[in-house]
Ligand binder design. Sequence first.
Ligand code: PMT
Length: 407
Amino acid sequence: MRLNGKRILLIIGGGIAAYKCLELIRRLQDEGAGVRCILTRAGAEFVTPLSVAALSGDKVYQDLFSLTDEAEMGHIRLSREADLLVVAPATADLMAKMAAGLAGNLATTALLATDKPVLIAPAMNVEMWSHPATQRSVQTLEADGVARVGPAAGDLACGETGPGRMVEASEIVDAVADKLGGAGLLAGRKVLITSGPTREAIDPVRYLSNHSSGKQGHAIARAVANLGAETVLVTGPTAETVPAGVQAVHVESARDMLAACEAALPADVAICAAAVSDWRIADEAGQKMKKSAGAAPPALSLVENPDILATLSKPGPNRPALVVGFAAETENVIDNAMDKRKRKLCDWIVANDVSAGTGTFGGDNNTVHLVGADGVVDWPTMSKAAVAERLAETIAGHLNGKRDAAE
Ligand code: PMT
């Protein structure tokens, strides 16, 4: 049984293919999964709540504003207690709402509130599927890291022929198993991640820092923990919450960050996503520096901070098997990243453009290039969560002997 102990939240959308969900529930259960269902209002036009409840062996959730449902199982818990959310059939309407981040009913609210992977099985008329609006939704959902199975091509219920048919229940079960099968890919490995900015004190009330929000580094910690790694996140000050199952060490300065990283060794993998200040103040003032009338502003002199990535990459018994740096560049992104990889002796470097207007610092999306010894792979613009998942899967593939960064 490939899905033993896994919990699936199945969201049944409003399309003729909804009838296939009855078989899907059975097949997921046959593989050992527990299935809880949300039936949309349109979905209930095609299958009855009674048949869904009878097959799933659980209550069917339908109403965002149901006092009894919310009292028993709030919509947040409903989406968080699952290992995976499956949307089948994913109609054009549901996909457009997901892509736009709308949350006007129980299904879309659960989808927006979840921190778990989502798999969609689209089904619709062929013209609806190929419509630019639907294709825009598909692209947005892909960039958000939503997995998709289908649609298949063939005769459609509307009498037309082409892509738009929901794939069979057995194919959805295979896609679910693939998606959740990755859960143990980094089991038994320890991964150290740095995230966020550092703060270098000028005096007790002022500091030097940068715009890093920690979104990218924290997303990586979440993604590697989801693949089963023992995860240590050394983070500068951020507003991000520490992902479940991740051990966090909170630091302020580059020197604190280096000490925390060294204390976390040995590790199999180190990923340096933090924006570490290259310099600190040479003489940090013990008391708040005072402004006095007529006096010139103080001249701050800087000294170089230790380089954490270069330190972790140094050959030696404690060197992680794979060290991955990030390169934040505002020009010549790839060339500078290649040069940085060589200078700092790390194995891979993830290059990203942080120039004004990209929104990389603090934003939700990132466009990265994975630079390894064998070359460069350009990734499409994705959410930081999707970048993190892809990086975690690439690392797992490398450690498990499947491929290098540039393959
Ligand atoms: O936090 P977000 O708002 O989500 O933004 C994400 C990000 C832009 C911060 C992230 O994607 C990123 O690019 N992180 C690296 C930022 C950086 O400091 O880049 P750099 O090119 O200056 O440094 C190269 C590498 O050396 C990085 O891995 C950095 O962590 C490391 N470094 C730098 C200086 C230093 N003293 N010690 C280091 O370890």
